[in-house]
Design a protein around this ligand. Structure first.
Ligand SMILES: N[C@@H](CCC(=O)N[C@@H](CS)C(=O)NCC(=O)O)C(=O)O
Length: 211
């Protein structure tokens, strides 16, 4: 199994957490999203992922899976232990709702392409871009704060798919200096993950391609 990844990519970070939680150690191929105009745009990488984004997971039979939600669902089905989704259908839906809120409603609004579009096409200044990021990350995290539990990780004593999405989002929030004071439950989860071996292993700063 080979993971195409970039150390600071939020979506790659999600997949790294799930892999570490499930004790899977894939080969890694590093795709630098900035250098040389972005290695994700090279012909050789486009042959792997025509969308030109990371992550991508290549299985031993050559099958390539793109999009972190699809990769995470594949890992959950192919490597069910430890489970990252609860057995009860309603509880699973609640975990997936937090994952979707982050993956669909927060992350795309601060992804590199849309931010550069604001800068270049709409001539927005850096403070305006920062205000845009703070608005959407803040609104999203406020909803996550209301949805998750009062103790442990997002939904109990063990990490779930919600935590797999939340920790990379918090890393991005801190990188963009979005205030987190108003979210005590979220900060509790962040502190717990900060002591958890799988989350530490998956952290951007621990990656071989980290700068
Ligand atoms: N929905 C996709 C998003 C993938 C994505 O946008 N990845 C970013 C890094 S987090 C990327 O590769 N950006 C490069 C670019 O837009 O050129 C997923 O979850 O896998």
């Amino acid at each position: 199994m080979k993971l195409y990844t970039y150390w600071r990519s939020t979506s790659s970070y999600r997949v790294r957490i799930a892999l570490a939680l499930k004790s899977i150690e894939p080969e890694q191929a590093f795709v630098h999203l900035v250098r040389n105009g972005g290695e994700q745009n090279s012909l050789s990488y486009r042959a792997i992922n025509p969308q030109g984004r990371v992550p991508a997971l290549e299985l031993d039979d050559g099958t390539v899976i793109i999009q972190s939600p699809a990769i995470l669902e594949y890992l959950e089905e192919a490597y069910p232990t430890p489970a990252l989704l609860p057995a009860d259908p309603a509880a699973r839906a609640k975990v997936r709702a937090v994952a979707s809120l982050i993956g669909c409603d927060i992350h795309p609004l601060h992804n590199v392409g849309p931010l550069n579009h604001l800068r270049k096409t709409f001539d927005r200044s850096e403070p305006e871009v920062a205000a845009w990021i703070a608005t959407w990350v803040g609104q999203g995290l406020a909803a996550v704060e209301a949805l998750i539990g009062d103790e442990g990780f997002c939904f109990g004593s063990e990490p779930s798919m919600a935590d797999v999405y939340l920790l990379p989002q918090l890393y991005a929030a801190r990188r963009f200096a979005v205030p987190l004071e108003d979210y005590p439950r979220i900060r509790r989860v962040e502190a717990l993950a900060g002591e958890h071996a799988a989350f530490l292993k998956a952290h951007p700063s621990a990656q071989p391609d980290a700068e």
